[in-house]
Design a protein around this ligand. Sequence first.
Ligand code: ADP
Length: 456
Amino acid sequence: MSREAEVLDQMRVIIDPDLGKDIVSLGFIKELKITEAGEVSFNVELTTPACPVKEQFRGACEKAVRRLPWVTDVAVTMTAQKGRNRSPMQASAPGLANVGPIIAVSSCKGGVGKSTVAVNFAYALHRAGARVGLFDADVYGPSLPTLVRPRNTDLYQANDMIVPLEHEGVKLMSFGYVPRAPGKDAAIMRGPMVSGVINQLLTGTDWGELDYLVLDLPPGTGDIQLTLAQLIPLSAAIIVTTPQELSFVDVVKGIQMFDQLKIPTVAVVENMSYFVCGKCEERHTLFGAGARDRLVQQYGFKNTFEIPLVPELSAACDEGLPVALDLERFPFAQVYHDLSAAVVREISRIQHGAAKRPTLGFDADRGMVLTMPEGEEFVLPPVALRAACRCARCVEEMTGRPLLDPNTLDPNLYPVGIQPVGNYAVAVQWSDGHTSSIYPYEAIVERFTTPACAGA
Ligand code: ADP
């Protein structure tokens, strides 16, 4: 075996936890050089420079290669792939030609803290090692100029493109930075005009090379948001909400809007979720328990984050300080870094096809058929899946007490509709009129593959 092959072989035991394959098969090892004296050097080209397990990879590679008796030295350089999966629109829009995944931060209502999340998420991504841009797409109420205060706010053009502002390494653009003549207020703009203006500003900005562009969408799930999400090639969405009773409905609306456009919702943030009292140090949930558990149970969402209500956050925002940059003063801001790590991993899984979901179908002879991404099939009688419904009509929300007696179900029940919902769940409408029972894939796979059910 050649020395090169020996080195590569050593690293085949290192598995990317998100992609589920070893780093050699994934083609991550580049520029492998070996000298006569046994000095080995190579690059590990990850899917993103913000990879949260970058240092673990480096250590594991070094250790693996050093096990070879002839190796005298190992030099590992961590790099990242450029420009994966750029859409045709991105390639043809000069300003976006070298921009990586575009991530929308969205909310159903205004005032829930969406822009604060977008800003801190962008800075957390940057701190993790990525080149990041932040675009504020809210022309009616642009908040970026308040939330981040670059020293120089004068916009200028170069080569017919607008040069974005920059603060602490993140490139910034907002309608709020564009000087306007008196009376030319955004309030007079109608929906289609708004999307046009935003699109012009986004594509007319010279973003240069970016690993991620964060897009702070205007609040709502109406025409403006839908048009924007259609115009701009979004890779993923984050939904921000607050924990009031109606927020679950809001999140579902958001997921559905992005679903229509085949944009995966990769994380949900519950902002102002709780308050830690300075006197008793206890956590108080001000608006009830929030929708987190329901999102996990019904939609299979893993990436849900709670951000506390922090009175000083408002003051910091008003000073133009992204709190994610000052963890010493704002320890709670670690949550923005956790969010960024989770989103980076999820996008990388999506781009590499590792986030492929199973498909659920119906065959009149066999029953419900679950086909795994690798092709393996599991079969279950429709009535068994119907009985497993966890919706609020079938299971008491607070106690988990079953409300549905499976013995009352029609044994000849069958599905009349099956659609994926979000990235992690599937909805089924049944012949008994029970509609939109939503099953997270994880729960469904478990149900289909437990010995009592498999092949039933
Ligand atoms: P949106 O973009 O949803 O309209 P913003 O991000 O502009 O909301 O936030 C609205 C207000 O709420 C701002 O004054 C902001 O400082 C404040 N805010 C946001 N998140 C929090 C939080 N977790 N704790 C306290 N204040 C917050």
